[in-house]
Write a protein that binds this ligand. Structure first.
Ligand code: ZN
Ligand code: ZN
Length: 109
């Protein structure tokens, strides 16, 4: 079973001044704070915001399943250093990570 937490607070981890989310086995947390377009001078845009929330949720749940970060920039498991990375990658796994995610889910069930 996977557990997901969503917070509006800006969250940090050692060595990084912010993170979009955190995860350990079975548990994930995402922060919506830096996903809002308004933060970057844009106007309120629920479509963009929801897409970012979905992307970071899939990324952290992927970690909760046991997937590592992926080096392919178009994969949801790519490590986002800024919001542009999140917007570019979107919520889809690359072929390799998708296969691994399916396999890890079977192991858990
Ligand atoms: Zn990651
Ligand atoms: Zn990947």
């Amino acid at each position: 079973m996977l557990c997901l937490g969503i917070t509006g607070a800006d969250i940090f981890s050692p060595g990084m001044n912010f993170v979009f989310g955190l995860a350990c086995t079975g548990t994930a947390l995402i922060s919506t704070f830096r996903l809002r377009p308004e933060l970057y001078g844009g106007s309120v845009n629920l479509k963009v915001y929801r897409w970012r929330v979905l992307t970071e949720t899939v990324h952290e749940l992927g970690h909760a399943l046991g997937l590592p970060n992926c080096e392919y920039p178009g994969c949801v498991m790519y490590f986002s250093t800024w919001i542009g990375d999140t917007d570019r990658k979107g919520p889809r796994f690359c072929f390799r990570c998708g296969k691994r995610a399916g396999w890890l889910r079977e192991v858990q069930e």
